[in-house]
Design a protein around this ligand. Structure first.
Ligand SMILES: [Zn+2]
Length: 75
């Protein structure tokens, strides 16, 4: 899980761009931290660059495929 020390650097922003889970290898729609919905792994991606590919890490069958959800966006 993403961690932080100073809460005043982050703000809750209920925006729909945090809702979709993006397939591996697709262009990141926003610069920020993305969490894999299968295993909870986190990566930093830049807007327009490809999100990590399906070969980025291994999942068990129970974890399903890799899907990246934006959890922290930069502004
Ligand atoms: Zn994963």
């Amino acid at each position: 899980m993403a961690q932080y020390k100073y809460s005043h650097y982050l703000s809750n922003f209920p925006d729909p761009r945090f809702d979709p889970a993006h397939p591996p290898g697709t262009a990141a729609p926003q610069t920020g931290i993305y969490k894999c919905q299968g295993c909870g792994g986190e990566v930093v991606s830049t807007a327009g660059d490809p999100l990590p590919p399906a070969s980025h890490h291994q999942h068990s069958l129970a974890q399903g495929g890799i899907a990246w959800r934006l959890i922290v966006a930069t502004v």
